[in-house]
Write a protein that binds this ligand. Structure first.
Ligand code: HEC
Length: 123
């Protein structure tokens, strides 16, 4: 009779407990639950703040922008929505931020947000 060893059992458990976490693996959005829609407030704002605002912010000018186009900013919901299509092209291509693209799990958050119509979320 086939028996599952402790090691095999642990591996199976590991696979099941980590499966499904991929889509919302952004460490910045730890509160985003599996199955909840991707929203600006819960998921997107933190990653734009961290990865894009160092250059693409209305509060930055001149050399502070590190060459980022003056009209491409992500510091409000409205600006994020206005620029997310072109941003997504660069994010999925792995060419923004310039120092190295975002990890796949974060790219997926942007894809999810676009797919659901860029909701703002609460509050
Ligand atoms: C270190 C500064 C820096 C950071 C951080 C950065 N960018 Fe950029 N970004 C630039 C520069 C410089 C350019 C212009 C050169 C180019 O297009 O590659 C640019 C251009 C762009 C463009 C092209 C604008 C156009 O004309 O269509 C988009 C879109 C963009 N960035 C999005 C983002 C997003 C989204 C993030 C965060 C995930 C990000 N960038 C992070 C510096 C930055």
């Amino acid at each position: 009779m086939a028996r599952i060893t402790v090691i095999e059992y642990s591996l199976i458990l590991l696979v099941f407990t980590t499966a499904g976490c991929g889509e919302k693996a952004d460490p910045l959005s730890g509160l985003a639950g599996i199955g909840s829609p991707t929203t600006y407030v819960q998921d997107v704002k933190a990653l734009l703040d961290r990865h894009c605002l160092p250059c693409h912010s209305t509060s930055k000018s001149g050399a502070q922008r590190n060459g980022a186009p003056i009209a491409v900013n992500f510091d409000t919901y409205e600006l994020a929505v206005a620029n997310i299509e072109r941003a997504n092209v660069r994010i999925q291509a792995g060419t923004m931020p310039p120092a190295g693209g975002l990890e796949p799990a974060i790219r997926t958050i942007i894809l999810d947000w676009l797919a659901t119509g860029t909701p703002r979320g609460e509050p």
